[in-house]
Write a new protein. Structure first.
Length: 121
């Protein structure tokens, strides 16, 4: 059974790129446009990994990550932050908030797939 990846990003082009890339690698990919939508979804469906944007309206990626980590059901899910934010402070925030990994946009699809495979081991 293929591993299920949840992509959370408000940018439709990024969602489509990640969907196409990861689906071609044999993953079952679900995309969501907001953290709130994804958190509601995670109450009912199990996933194996989350790719999470930081800069989103309504609920940013950091708040979404905190809520994922606060829930008993999702606290151990691998979460890879995928963002344009490339400052030292942002990378330290990812560590503090217990992100599994951190990838900056623009990204290499090969690197992204390798990181997803690594966290799913």
């Amino acid at each position: 059974m293929p591993k299920k990846i949840l992509v959370i990003d408000d940018d439709e082009d990024i969602r489509n790129l990640l969907y196409t890339t990861l689906s071609a690698e044999g993953f079952d990919v679900i995309t969501m446009g907001s953290g709130k939508e994804a958190l509601d979804f995670l109450m009912d469906i199990d996933v194996d990994c989350i790719l999470l944007d930081v800069m989103m309206p309504e609920m940013d990626g950091w708040e979404t990550l905190r809520m994922i980590r606060a829930s008993e059901a999702t606290r151990n899910l691998p979460v890879i932050m995928v963002t344009v934010k490339d400052s030292r402070i942002d990378k330290l925030t990812a560590i503090k908030e217990k992100a599994t990994d951190y990838i900056t946009k623009p990204f290499s699809t090969e690197e992204l797939v390798a990181k997803v495979r690594e966290v799913l081991k």
